[in-house]
Every structure is written in C-alpha cells, then in structure tokens.
Design a binder for this molecule. Structure first.
Ligand code: GDP
Length: 616
C-alpha cells in the first residue's frame, strides 16, 4: 500500500504548488467547483460519488483504470478515497466520527461540590511466578468476610475489599497484558499499580516491562517485595536493583514505597493495604455518585443460560438495576446486577465492580459504558456505534479483497496473516490476541481483525472468507453446520485450548508462508594443476578434486593462498572432453568460471550451492 500513498503525496504537493492545475470536467454540473468534501471511513462508492457530484459509474471506471476493482456498494478505505479525490482535485477531509454523544466518557463534567471520595482501583503486575495470583487470592480471602458468601470464590474480573472504613478495588487479572490491552482501547481505569517482585529472584524482564507500562500510563507505583518468608529472600538486593532503574525506595530518600510481604503466609498484607490508602489519599480520588453511571468493561462472556454476562467497573455515577445502558456497541437494561460475591444488588457507586446481565450482545473488555435515562436514546446510540464498528470492519474486509493478499506477500513488503479469534471469554480472546501478535517471524505479522467472546458464527466465516483469514478458536468448538460450511468455503479453523499451542502452530504456518531463506552448502574443492587457454572459452582450469565433489552450474569461489579472490558462477564442468554433471574426489576435471580468466596454478576452486532452509 505504500507505493500509491507516496504518489498521492507527491501529486498533492504539485497541485498545491499549482492552483491553476484544475482540469475541466472536475467541476460540479452546476459549474460550481467542489473544492472540499468530508468523508468517513467505509464510505461507499455511491456515497462518495454523491458528495463529489459525479456518477458512481465514473468513479468505478476511474478506479478500474487505476487497477482497483470496486462496485457501487464497495466500502472505500482512506487511501482509495484520497486517490479519487485527487483525480478530481478535491480536498478530502475525514469526518470526526466521535461526536460528544458518541464519546461515552468525555462529556462528563462534574461540579467540584458534587464530588465525593471514591475507592482506589489497583492493578497487580510483575514477573511470572513472583506471586501475583497468590497475592490477589490472599487479599481477597483475608478481607472479604461475608457470612453467606464467604466460602465462594467467584471471579468476575475485579473485587473490592474493606480496610478500616475505606475500600480498595482490585482488578483480578494479573499481568500487564490485560492492562495494556485495556489501555490500548483507551480505557483508563487503574489508579495504582503494585509491582510484585519475588525476594528470592530479583528484577526480571517482565518486572521491567510492567514498570514501563505503569510509567507510560502515568500511574503511581508501589512495590511489594514478595516471598520474604523464604530463606533465600534478599529484599535489599531487590531494592537496589529497582533503585537502579529509577524506583528509589522511600527509606533511601526516594519516593517509591516498598512493602515486604509473604503472599503465601499472609505476612505484611495489612501493611500493604494501609500503604495503598496512604498513597491514594494524596491522589484525592473523587467521583460524583449522584449521576447516571459510566465506566469500563472489565470482562465479558456469553453464558448459555443468562446470555451476555458483563463485568463493569463503575467509574462515575451510580448504576441502578433497571437502568438502560450502552456498553460499547451493545445495549440493554440492567436486568440483574451482582456484586463481586455474586450477591444481587440494586445499585452501585463509583469504583465498584459489578456483574450485569441484560445486554443484547457481548461487549469487549475495555469498552466504555454509560447509563441513560431513556431507553430509546440508548438504543439509537448503540445502533450508531455498532454501525461505525461494522463500517470499520467493512473497510478492512474490502481492503483485503482489493489488494490480494498473496500478491502483497509476493511483492515482498507486506507479509500478513489475517486472523479472527473467538474465545470462551473476552479475557482469553485478548490474551490469545496479544500472544499471537507477539509472534515474530521475519517480515510476517499477524493481523487480528476480530477478537471476541462467543461461538464461531456464520458472520466470522463471512469475514474470514472476505479477508482470507484463519479462524483461531480458543475453548470454543464450531457446530457441525459451521464446520461443514468452513470446509466448503476453504476456511481454515484451528482450535486450541492452550495458548502456546496456538502460538506454536501459527508460527510454523507463518514460516511456511515465507519465501525460504537460502543457506550455503559447500559441495567440494579442487586444486588447479594445469591451465589451458582457449580463445573462445577463456581459461580452462585443469583440476584435481581434493575434497567432496564439484557440481556443474554451482557457485564457485577462487582461492589463492587461502584468500578468496573471486566469487562467481561456474560456466562449464568437463571430464575429458565431455560435460560432466559432477566430478567426485580423486578425479580430474576441467572447470571454467563465468567472466573470469585470471586463474593460476595452485589456486583452489571451491564449489558451493544454496539450499532453502526453514526460518528460525
Ligand atoms: P504469578 O505467576 O505471579 O501469579 O505467581 P503465583 O501467585 O502463581 O505464585 C507462583 C508460585 O510462588 C506459587 O507456587 C506460589 O505458591 C508461590 N508463592 C507465591 N507467593 C509466595 C510467598 O509469599 N512465599 C512463598 N514461599 N511462595 C510464594
């Protein structure tokens, strides 16, 4: 895609330099010149034609001349739109699709006097096996005391604990993948990051990554040195390692709080919670509980009996049972609302995680939500948002068919494997996505065009067909009907229940897609014993094969005293007067080298070839 873009820019510049460069026929029929139009992603050929005051057929023809096949209803991507507009010398300006209403959080401005303190929202990150899960479980068990529900550990993606007369909300998905995925979707939900470091291990790659993510998000960091119950624990070392990378402990005069804990033994947990409150007191976290609720989706899945089940983190306002809500592109009424223990509640305020049912579709983690007074308004907005999302998928789809993928691969610069991920819950879809996107096979990348929770549907197949995508199912099985259809349409469905298996298989598939890498193999060596000059052929080297074999048409290196003085191609290999395919060790042969005659007695000719090897 980069080639036409460059052209676009150059032509645009020319046009700017030369305002008189306005061709006839680019005028509106009523002779008024259209200089500017606005467009949105996914605008169809017909819609664009209307804006340009042209016939759609004219645009189709124009694009055909430029090598792009479109129909009247084809969705156009940005580049195509710009290309057409350039031809007509019209400035194309992209419409801002996010009007105020559309942006579910931005239009909230609260009067400071309405604001009340809200609990901090905390995420735990750190290297694998340093104790994140254990810490989350220990805090939960130690703090969630409820007669009726105490024994049940139900994970909804977040939970809240009470510390004195304050509360703290923990996001129950450890690791920075979830954090980054949410942030990538524009969600800002964490007030504090706890970096867990095992005292017997030290600062590891994921520790650093987690710190980088927290810093990039400008979220304060608190360090929990874990596993101090172990004999091999060395908290001082952790402190100095972290000080080296910019987290100076408070006790050493810096401003990062370090707490020593044993997540397993429950040691230091109270201290940790107290410190969270102290640290968060300065942040003065506030929200207005007396307004319609808004916030972010933490987790969503499809439950056979209950339909879409969604965990929301309320970030502002109060959500009430029965409220109409827009959640991403889904909408509905809050039919039932549970707290983090599975207990039904009627309303929930800022920083509270709740599980709701009643939506018409499964939203995506990181989606924003907003409650409305009026159900009609909610439905209209949800429809509009769904339409925008479909349009952006439509663009991707048509882009894939327009620029034939394999052709792109052959052209060498875009090696792409489109993938659709379907998983049991949104969390795993995100995890599979981020793992697959990490696969690094030289020059080829995975492009996840859809990743949602739910069964593999007909719409997934359609998208896969249109974009030549592979479907990756994680903990889901296609129905017999879908399986049959996929087979008929040649859609590749791969099912996994372990992420690394998916990564492994995709990786080898990607290797297969690549042009092979060539590796050198040495066939053998021959010593030059005699020289014959032939006027038509040049210098013929009479040789003795001293090692391996000499193969016709191979590459050759001419070496003198161990130094390569020429590297090129063999032009002929003869045994006596006859052409030979190969000559083995211990036999004599005559060799000529393409475009090279300066061969001397005692030179060594090395014959070598190239073989395709699998990429690492
Ligand atoms: P995660 O990968 O960071 O979530 O780590 P886990 O919570 O799964 O813990 C990894 C291992 O470390 C498990 O075997 C835990 O039992 C163990 N572990 C976690 N915290 C402690 C601790 O404070 N002390 C000791 N001795 N072991 C711990």
């Amino acid at each position: 895609m980069s080639r036409p873009k460059r052209r676009t820019n150059r032509r645009r510049k020319n046009r700017k330099n030369n305002p008189a460069n306005n061709r006839s026929g680019f005028k509106k029929r009523n002779e008024e010149v259209i200089k500017e139009i606005t467009y949105f992603d996914g605008i169809t050929v017909n819609e664009l034609a209307e804006k340009l005051n042209k016939n759609a057929s004219e645009i189709i023809k124009l694009l055909f001349m430029l090598g792009k096949m479109v129909t009247i209803n084809s969705a156009m991507d940005e580049e195509l739109i710009q290309l057409v507009c350039l031809e007509y010398d019209v400035e194309a300006i992209k419409e801002d699709s996010e009007d105020e209403e559309d942006n579910l959080l931005a239009n909230i401005v609260d009067d400071p006097k309405d604001l009340r303190e809200r609990p901090p929202v905390v995420t735990i990150m750190g290297h694998v096996d340093h104790g994140k899960t254990t810490l989350l479980d220990t805090i939960r068990k130690a703090r969630v005391v409820d007669d009726e529900f105490g024994g049940i550990t139900q994970h909804i993606g977040a939970y809240q604990v009470a510390v004195d007369d304050h509360k703290i909300t923990f996001l129950d998905t450890p690791g920075h993948e979830a954090f980054t995925a949410m942030r990538a979707r524009g969600a800002k939900i964490t007030d504090l990051v706890i970096i867990v470091v095992a005292a017997d291990d030290g600062v590891m790659p994921q520790t650093k990554e987690a710190i980088d993510h927290a810093k990039a998000a400008e979220v304060p960091i608190l360090v929990a040195i874990n596993k101090i119950d172990k004999d091999t624990a060395n908290p001082e070392r952790i402190m100095s390692e972290l000080a080296d990378i910019g987290l100076m402990p408070e006790v050493w005069g810096g401003d990062t709080i370090f707490v020593e804990i044993s997540a397993l033994k429950g040691q230091g947990i109270d201290d940790l919670l107290e410190n969270i409150l102290v640290l968060m007191e300065v942040a003065e976290l506030k929200a207005n509980p007396n307004r319609l609720a808004s916030g972010t989706v933490i987790e969503a899945s499809l439950d056979r009996g209950r339909g879409p089940v969604t965990t929301l983190l309320i970030q502002n306002g109060t959500l009430k049972a029965g409220d109409p809500v827009v959640v991403g592109t889904a909408f509905g009424r809050v039919r039932r609302m549970n707290d983090d223990l599975g207990k039904e509640i009627k309303e929930a305020g800022p920083s509270t995680p709740v599980e709701i049912i009643g939506l018409n579709d499964v939203p995506i983690a990181g989606d924003l939500f907003k409650a409305f007074e009026d159900e009609r308004k909610a439905r209209t907005l949800a429809d509009k948002r769904a339409q925008t999302r479909i349009e952006s998928e439509r663009v991707k789809t048509s882009a894939m068919t327009l620029d034939d993928l394999s052709q792109q691969i052959q052209e060498g610069n875009i090696h792409e494997v489109p993938v659709i991920i379907k998983a049991d819950v949104q969390g795993s879809a995100e995890a599979v996505k981020s793992s697959l996107e990490k696969i690094d096979v030289e020059g080829v990348r995975i492009n996840v065009i859809r990743h949602t929770a739910g069964a593999i549907s007909e719409s997934d197949l359609m998208l896969a067909i249109a974009s030549k995508a592979i479907i990756v199912g994680f903990n889901v099985r296609p129905t017999a009907a879908i399986r049959k259809m996929a087979k008929e349409e040649g859609v590749d469905i791969r099912l996994y229940n372990i992420i690394y298996k998916a990564v492994e298989q995709m990786e080898s598939a990607m290797k297969g897609l690549l042009d092979p890498i060539f590796e050198e193999v040495i066939h053998g060596q021959a010593e030059v014993r005699q020289l014959f000059k032939a006027s038509k052929i040049g210098t013929i080297a009479g040789c003795m094969v001293t090692d391996g074999k000499i193969v016709r048409n191979s590459f050759v290196r001419l070496m003198r005293d161990g130094v390569v003085i020429y590297d090129g191609k063999m032009s002929s290999l003869k045994r006596f007067q006859n052409d030979a395919r190969e000559v083995a060790e211990g036999y004599e042969c005559g060799i000529t080298i393409e475009n090279y005659n300066d061969i001397k007695i005692d030179d060594v000719i090395e014959a070598y070839g190239e073989v395709a090897v699998e990429r690492e």
